[in-house]
Design a protein around this ligand. Structure first.
Ligand SMILES: Nc1ncnc2c1ncn2[C@@H]1O[C@H](COP(=O)(O)OP(=O)(O)OP(=O)(O)O)[C@@H](O)[C@H]1O
Ligand SMILES: Nc1ncnc2c1ncn2[C@@H]1O[C@H](COP(=O)(O)OP(=O)(O)OP(=O)(O)O)[C@@H](O)[C@H]1O
Ligand SMILES: [Mg+2]
Ligand SMILES: [Mg+2]
Lengths: 256, 256
């Protein structure tokens, strides 16, 4: 049973694309997976084809339920959407932006998501959490709830710049709140082997993270950005595409 | 005198790249420009070659100075960095993440940046503000302070999904706080004309925004992502590159 947060405060580096395809890929291999959409943009939710207007309950409801009455609380069965036999989703909508002020005043404000996930984790082999592009209280809740952090990393200058802050935040959460927290994997995304900058940044990332860096790189591949428009992960919709193949190799590496 | 916020809560759509190259391009045309880095990632600051460890004062100091003693406050001369004769910068560092809690308790919490910019605006022809990838209090401060919003738009499904929320936020700021606020321009970024998805999304954006959409599109161009590593805008460093040329055509359109 592993809980991974897909975290990087730099915007647009492939967090959602990674969370959705990793979750769907693990599920396709027979693992029981819960994907948690913790980004108010709700991209993971629409990436799995869930129509926002049909959603009754979201992660916001989970936060509200667990803040006031922690003991004996459970995540409502109407909050977990079954995508297929081995993949469930806790969706997000824009309302989730309302979680920040609600969390900021809670006792143990960083631990609400951990408490909620504790109540369902024995039903799953994996819990994958998609984070928003920030290091605010939502992301800290994710870091406090998970065992490992999966850092999608675009090989660009601005993305490299944000790494030290991400490490600082992970360190302080590990020291004060979640001693088991570690970097599980760093995954290079939108990788263009012909591009000098890509190679320079990837060398720096490997020097910084060593063997945490996945041997699989995800190439830039248009199928990965087309799939969300059809409401299905690329690993299901375009299994023969370069992007989907790379994500399935990553799934194999993660399961090894 | 125009104040533009470069805003889009979707991550990685080219906000910073646009803010930096627009500001530098306008300055190269002789306009007196102030670039305000309002993103705690501080990418616009490093994109202009400013070493974070050398910075004494940032936008956070401006917020702190203007929250408590609004009347007669001025932005300290040590807070504004002169990049060249026609381009100034108010930098950001990670400390700016501390602005959110500080602002949330202030009276008129959305108007602090507007008050600050009011005190310097007559020195400039343009004020360009780079926003973080969120619709929190920092971005609301930007929307409250500016005349126009420049929306960089990546032609991808997830980026399209966020537009309606951005419009809602702009509407409520216009109604309640800043009646002059309007969409000044929508700029298509990382445009790949061969890509079907790009064309589909660009048609939807044009249908939604009409003539607000710039006639100039910014192509995907590696020089734009290489320039930040040298601490200089692409329009200065690689003026003959496709990306820089497109941004200079956009500058001409804006000045027309
Ligand atoms: N390997 C890839 N090849 C091509 N396009 C990709 C790839 N990975 C992601 N994309 C596209 O790039 C954009 C950014 O990816 P994504 O939205 O997954 O990033 P994110 O880190 O979740 O962004 P945010 O910071 O806004 O949450 C999306 O439009 C996505 O479809
Ligand atoms: N037209 C382009 N062609 C190629 N690369 C680009 C282009 N525009 C931006 N980039 C690169 O894409 C990445 C994302 O751009 P940028 O950081 O400007 O977006 P942003 O919206 O400011 O991101 P954030 O949401 O994190 O603030 C950066 O690494 C940048 O160098
Ligand atoms: Mg995302
Ligand atoms: Mg930016």
């Amino acid at each position: 049973m592993a809980i991974w947060g897909v975290v990087n405060q730099k915007g647009g580096v492939g967090k959602t694309t990674t969370a959705v395809n990793l979750a769907a890929g693990l599920a396709a291999k027979g693992q029981k997976v819960l994907l948690v959409d913790a980004d108010p943009q709700g991209n993971a939710t629409s990436g799995l084809g869930i129509e926002k207007s049909h959603i009754k309950k979201t992660l916001l409801d989970v936060f509200e339920d667990f803040i006031d009455a922690p003991d004996g609380s459970v995540i409502g069965s109407d909050t977990i959407i079954s995508i297929n036999e081995t993949l469930d989703l806790i969706p997000a909508t824009l309302d989730l932006a309302g979680a920040e002020p609600v969390l900021l005043n809670a006792v143990g404000k960083e631990l609400v998501l951990r408490d909620a996930i504790d109540t369902v984790q024995d039903r799953y082999d994996w819990v994958i959490i998609d984070a928003p592009p920030s290091l605010g209280i939502l992301t800290v809740n994710i870091l406090a709830a998970c065992h490992g952090v999966l850092v999608p990393m675009q090989c660009e200058f601005y993305a490299l710049e944000g790494l030290s802050q991400l490490m600082k935040t992970i360190d302080v959460v590990r020291r004060r709140i979640n001693p088991r927290l570690e970097i599980a994997k760093v995954l290079l995304t939108m990788y263009d082997a012909r591009n000098k900058l890509t190679q320079q940044v990837s060398e720096e990332v490997t020097a910084f993270f060593g063997d945490k860096v996945s041997k699989v790189v995800i190439p830039r591949n248009v199928r990965l950005s087309e799939a969300p428009g059809f409401g299905s992960p690329a690993v299901s919709l375009f299994p023969d595409s370069k992007g989907a193949e790379a994500y399935m190799r990553f799934v194999d590496e993660v399961l090894a």
